[in-house]
Design a binder for this molecule. Structure first.
Ligand code: C2O
Ligand code: CU
Length: 542
């Protein structure tokens, strides 16, 4: 294992998309940001310099950061923001991760433009659990707003309703041929007939789960969230914000131009999303006369929940001798978390939610309130009054969560900054239950500091007697983000062996900002190997 050093300079850079130019926050002037490469087990030091006039933090999504939450990144959870002119040297220690992850800003909505792929190759002397690909290509899916994203965020915070939807989806920073003023810059992947390409897909979109496909080509998924899966062949994939996927593409079709394309999967809205398909071009090298117009791949319709869950539910861990899995079988802590979109009564003039309310979101009916200093600091230095340790193991009461009507008093959540404290090495089963309160929709739930096994999921209300009988304890996928299906549930398991302060949240930023988040504090265990490490000397001041 080696130490790799990088410099990230945060600054404003002009970018032109959809016929107009604006300044966006970037890393090293690049959009999407630089791809980081490392081998499994390496350590990276990233010196982040903030040369913009905007507070920012950087998160290494899916990196477990063993015993070292200090440089994990979420603002007011593990650090205060890096202020304009400030600098923070972040240490990223890779342990079990192998495959594709990504990094992104974790303050307000700056991650809309501040993000990039993070490729973790096998250790030197080891190789992939599949034939070595001829080349590998990061494919970063994103979103573009014509407006300044900071303004979109601030307007959203002011008016209490839904945010503005983006104006385009992007593949590697480009909207593609179907959007105005975009054709000449469409991302193009040149391939040789007969070769195999490892696509490293990242969904960096802020608000949307996406379907992705390539015309005439079958995709073979071999990994997700930096963990190998049994090869899964499919004509399309579903990928939610936060998720990553390793996909093999065989260039085995007649030499020509083909579109790769992505568009939204949204179970909640009935908007015509048809004209918002982002495309890139897969082009074969060689001398041939191409078709005049490349064909689009058939993508599932925007509200096709069956297509989404069929794909996601087919993922299985590889679970080979070289890549064994360790599903906790003896569970000593059972948690049941409802995740809901709710609303607060209106207390000022700007409340664009239903019936003049302010939209909110919650976990177990608590809408998270950001503290003034970060939770990690408060925990480590025993600063009282910053958070409470009463995050409930289950919702305040049970009802028919996925019905169309529901007890009205569940609609207005409590506000709080509560954490759930776990003893070291607790074996946790956590069932997420979606609700149909104000908007039944899918929620990509993401846990920091851990990967977890997705042992079960289903539609409707979780049945604690029947559903566990169908758990997959043999080869469940190991993920850090799970798309909780619309009006459904998902059961995950993990062993709390990583002491620290770890955020858990919905990766749709509107839900996250509304309060669909909570934090685990995992206590130190016995012995030096079970202790949180001390902070670096340059933690950004609050
Ligand atoms: Cu992708 Cu809390 O992060
Ligand atoms: Cu959500």
């Amino acid at each position: 294992a080696v130490v790799r050093r990088h410099t990230f300079v945060v600054s404003y850079t002009p970018y032109t998309r959809l016929c107009s130019t604006k300044n966006i926050l970037t890393i090293n002037g690049q959009f999407p940001g630089p791809t980081l490469y490392a081998n499994k087990g390496d350590t990276l030091i990233v010196d982040v310099y903030n040369k913009a006039d905007y507070n920012i933090t950087i998160h290494w999504h899916g990196v477990k950061q063993p015993r070292y939450p200090w440089t994990d990144g979420p603002d007011f959870i593990t650090q205060c923001p890096i202020q304009p002119g400030g600098r923070f040297s972040q240490r990223i220690e890779l342990s079990t991760e192998e495959g594709t992850l990504w990094w992104h800003a974790h303050s307000d909505w700056s991650r809309a433009t501040v993000h990039g792929a993070f490729v973790i190759l096998p250790k030197n002397g080891t190789t992939y659990p599949f034939p070595k690909p001829d080349a590998q290509v990061p494919i970063v899916l994103g979103e573009w707003w014509k407006k300044d994203i900071i303004e979109v965020y601030e307007e959203f915070m002011r008016n209490g309703g839904d945010p503005n939807v983006s104006d385009a989806y992007l593949i590697n920073g480009q909207p593609g041929d179907l959007y105005p003023c975009s054709k000449s810059d469409t991302f193009k992947l040149m391939v040789d007939y007969g070769k195999t390409y490892l696509l490293r897909l990242v969904n960096a979109a802020v608000e949307d789960i996406l379907f992705f496909a390539i015309a005439n080509h079958t995709l073979t998924v071999v990994g997700t969230d930096a963990s190998y899966t049994k090869p899964l062949k499919s004509n399309y994939i579903t990928i939610s914000p936060g998720q990553t996927m390793d996909v093999l593409l065989e260039a085995n079709q007649p030499p020509d131009y083909y579109y790769m394309a992505a568009r939204v999967y949204s179970s909640a809205f009935n908007v015509a999303y048809d004209n918002t398909t982002t495309t890139a071009i897969l082009q074969y090298n060689g001398n041939y006369t191409p078709s005049s117009v490349p064909s689009l791949p058939p993508l599932p319709y925007y509200n096709d929940t069956t297509a989404s869950v069929n794909f996601t539910g087919s993922l299985r861990s590889l679970n080979s001798d070289d890549h064994p899995i360790h599903v906790p079988l003896d569970i000593n802590t059972n948690l049941f978390f409802t995740v809901s979109v709710n609303a607060f009564p209106c207390v000022n003039a700007s409340c664009a939610g239903p019936n003049g309310s302010r939209l909110a979101a919650s976990v177990n009916n608590i809408s998270f309130v950001s503290p003034a200093i970060d939770l990690l600091q408060a925990y480590y230095y025993h600063i009282s009054g910053v958070y409470g340790d009463k995050f409930p193991d289950k919702p305040p009461f049970f009802f028919d969560f996925t019905a169309d009507s529901f007890p009205v008093y569940y609609e207005n959540p409590a506000r709080g900054t509560e954490v759930k404290v776990l003893e070291y090495n607790t074996t946790v089963e956590l069932v997420f239950q979606g609700t149909n309160l104000l908007a039944g929709t899918d929620h990509p739930m993401h846990l920091h500091g851990y990967s977890f096994y997705v042992v079960g999921w289903g539609l409707g209300n979780y049945d604690k007697h029947k559903d566990p009988l169908n758990y997959n304890l043999v080869d469940p996928p190991l993920q850090n983000t799970i798309a909780l299906p619309k009006n459904g549930w998902a059961a995950i398991r993990f062993k709390a062996s990583n002491p620290g302060v770890w955020l858990m949240h919905c990766h749709l930023d509107r839900h996250f900002t509304w309060g669909m988040q909570m934090t685990f504090i995992v206590k130190n265990g016995p012995g030096p190997e079970a202790q949180m490490l001390p902070p670096p000397p340059d933690m950004p001041p609050c």
